[in-house]
Design a protein. Structure first.
Length: 117
């Protein structure tokens, strides 16, 4: 069973913005979310899932080079939510976006982000 649920995707034009949210799919998983390093990943059509950004329990962040300066990962441990702010979106950002704790292997359905040129 998927442990996390993603939302916030949509269709935007190049240069636009979206804010993705990640929450626990069940109350039992909120502790995992609030105590673990969390990450966002994405899978473009015909490609493998790839790392996008991560955030440690203490707030240290890491990004793949292609999104640095455009995407921002954050977390609200009190609200048990992890966010990914996507700014200045490009068509190559089109993908299904997933969240998971770092090292997690069970995946949810993700949220579709489509960027038109």
């Amino acid at each position: 069973q998927a442990q996390f649920r993603e939302s916030g995707g949509g269709l935007v034009q190049a240069g636009g913005s979206l804010r993705l949210s990640c929450g626990a799919s069940r109350v039992a998983y909120t502790r995992i979310l609030s105590t673990s390093a969390m990450a966002w990943y994405r899978r473009a059509p015909g490609s493998q899932r790839e790392f996008v950004a991560s955030i440690s329990r203490g707030g240290a962040t890491n990004y793949r080079d292609s999104v640095k300066g455009r995407f921002t990962i954050s977390r609200d441990n009190a609200d048990n939510t992890v966010y990914l702010q996507l700014d200045n979106l490009m068509p190559e950002d089109t993908a299904v976006y997933y969240c998971n704790y770092v090292g997690g292997t069970i995946w949810g359905q993700g949220t579709q982000v489509t960027v038109s040129s």
